[in-house]
Design a protein around this ligand. Structure first.
Ligand SMILES: [Zn+2]
Length: 259
């Protein structure tokens, strides 16, 4: 619904842009509608880079390597259990943590880092309309998250994942200015919606391939104490199944490293 509304806004913006750039309405209307398609894809689709440079999967050098990523934590309900499962199976993962959640659970955030996992910045407030934000608002949110993560863990993340994976031209400038890299994902299971463990496993297995960046959630952007039991049940099954298929798990920065 949100994306539909925002797409309409983008369409109207594209048409208005063409009109005010000097095109007549009869030219501006189809041109704007046409322009809106790549623009909307660049903002809302998880992979295209023409609005903002985006990494949605690792380099495909044929190696069966994937990265497990967890968004929206840390939470008491899921993160310690995720850490246990990863430790039992000796998997290194990447956690894109929210500033507001780190503020609630600094010790759990530290435990993630101490267990040797990689940390990424997933904004402070997790605004769903992040693609409409100005440069100063976006910078403020990103820096606030960066500070609270550094204070809790001693780590200064170099990777950023925007809320819902949405980007903007402004975000491209902020990434360039901070030297951070924007990382999205290529395999997700919509595990924040009511869904059972087997469906999560099936969706991930269907979308995974060499270089895949897998997205799961150990938190929820608007619920500080979410029910993540289905994801927790699916996680060991996903790891074991992918290993049986010959996949190796690495942190995102390793997956996207050149050479
Ligand atoms: Zn999120």
């Amino acid at each position: 619904m949100h994306v539909t509304f925002a797409s309409l806004l983008l369409t109207a913006g594209s048409v208005a842009g063409c009109y005010f750039a000097g095109a007549s309405l009869w030219v501006a209307l189809p041109l704007g509608l046409l322009l809106h398609v790549p623009l909307a894809a660049g903002v809302f689709h998880t992979a295209p880079s023409w609005v903002c440079p985006t990494i949605a999967r690792g380099l495909s050098d044929g190696q069966k390597r994937v990265a497990l990523t967890f968004d929206d934590g840390p939470t008491q309900e899921a993160t310690p259990a995720v850490l246990d499962i990863l430790a039992q199976r000796q998997v290194r993962a990447t956690f894109f943590i929210m500033g507001k959640a780190v503020r609630r659970h600094p010790r759990i955030a530290r435990a993630i880092a101490e267990a040797g996992h990689e940390l990424g910045n997933h904004s402070y407030l997790h605004p769903r309309h992040v693609y409409l934000w100005s440069r100063s608002t976006l910078t403020r949110d990103l820096s606030a998250a960066q500070r609270v993560i550094e204070k809790a863990t001693g780590v200064s993340p170099r990777l950023y994942r925007p809320p819902l994976g949405f980007r903007s031209f402004v975000m491209a400038g902020v990434m360039k200015g901070t030297g951070m890299r924007l990382v999205n994902f290529s395999a997700r299971a919509y595990d924040t919606r009511p869904v059972d463990a087997l469906t999560i496993v099936r969706r991930i297995k269907k979308r995974v391939g060499p270089g895949a960046i897998i997205l799961l959630h150990d938190g929820a952007d608007r619920d500080p104490a979410p029910d993540r039991r289905a994801m927790l049940e699916s996680l060991p099954v996903i790891i074991d199944a992918l290993r049986r298929d010959g996949y190796e798990f690495v942190a995102v920065s390793e997956l996207i490293k050149r050479g």
